[in-house]
Design a protein around this ligand. Structure first.
Ligand SMILES: [Fe+2]
Length: 281
């Protein structure tokens, strides 16, 4: 199955759940401050009831979420932007994961038959099912983190492209043979520049990768955001909420509005779009 269009990773209940976990206020107090019963808030999180726009705005104020963003997520019609203008070809490799989608990405010069792979998806099968026929060689692989839905296809890549170096964050769970990269490193591959940003929070060792083409100065940059930022939401703070927010803050400071965001789950978006609509930013 090739997935043409990924659904949002998080719906309203997931967004509220993440916001409540991140705010250090008990759920009952959040409900009370927003003028809701605890039962009603719980059944909204469990998708059994819906909130009025006024109730959404009150919850947004209590949870310090962007009201327009929360309404956009609740409307199930979250705006997604035009992502044209990248100075290279971008192939999203979308694979089913739970009720959503996990993404790997191939970046390639549109006139060549080689590419750079970011994450390796849920499995080898998932990767080959989505693989563009045009791409015959992989110059390098970059991993955002080591959860199985992001590095599941690593064995297949090793077998088919044994010459491709595999890079990722330094971590005790780093798969054998993965070369650790530090924050701030810049790798040059063909005409591409890949800048490494350490972005802990979702997990302790997590990288985002910013891809530019120095010879195409007007082209939009691409940020592989892993499980830090999604269209309409953010990654779960399984390691540390405070560090996740520091990583988000740094990412906002380091990437201009035109940057295209390629997340580990859900659809493509842009920095401008997420600044305008993402409830958490
Ligand atoms: Fe993930």
């Amino acid at each position: 199955m090739v997935i043409e269009r990924a659904p949002l990773e998080d719906e309203l209940g997931d967004v509220l759940d993440k916001a409540i976990r991140g705010c250090d206020v008990p759920e009952a107090d959040v409900a009370q401050r927003a003028g809701l019963s605890t039962d009603r808030l719980r059944s909204v999180i469990d998708y059994c009831e819906r909130l009025s726009p006024e109730e959404l705005d009150r919850l947004a104020a209590v949870l310090r979420l962007k009201p327009a963003g929360l309404r956009a997520v609740a409307s199930e019609d979250y705006p997604l932007p035009d992502i044209s203008g990248l100075p290279f070809c971008l192939y999203p490799l979308r694979m089913p994961h739970g009720i959503g989608v996990a993404n790997a990405y191939l970046v390639a010069d549109c006139s060549s038959d080689w590419g750079i792979l970011f994450d390796t998806g849920t499995s080898e099968e998932g990767l080959w099912r989505n693989w563009p026929q045009k791409i015959k060689r992989v110059a390098a692989v970059f991993l955002t983190h080591y959860e199985t839905e992001h590095c599941g296809g690593i064995g297949g890549i090793r077998r088919r492209y044994p010459e491709a170096p595999i890079f990722g964050p330094n971590d005790r769970d780093r798969p054998r043979g993965v070369v650790a990269l530090d924050d701030g490193a810049v790798i040059r591959e063909g005409g591409f520049s890949i800048a490494v940003r350490s972005t802990p929070g979702h997990v302790e060792s997590h990288h985002c990768y910013r891809i530019t083409v120095p010879n195409a100065p007007g082209g939009r940059p691409l940020l592989i955001s892993g499980d830090l930022l999604f269209a309409g939401s953010i990654g779960g703070a399984f390691h540390c909420g405070k560090r996740l927010h520091t990583s988000l803050h740094n990412m906002l400071a380091q990437n201009e509005d035109a940057t295209v965001i390629a997340p580990g789950h859900g659809p493509l978006t842009t920095m401008a779009n997420e600044k305008q609509f993402n409830p958490f930013l």
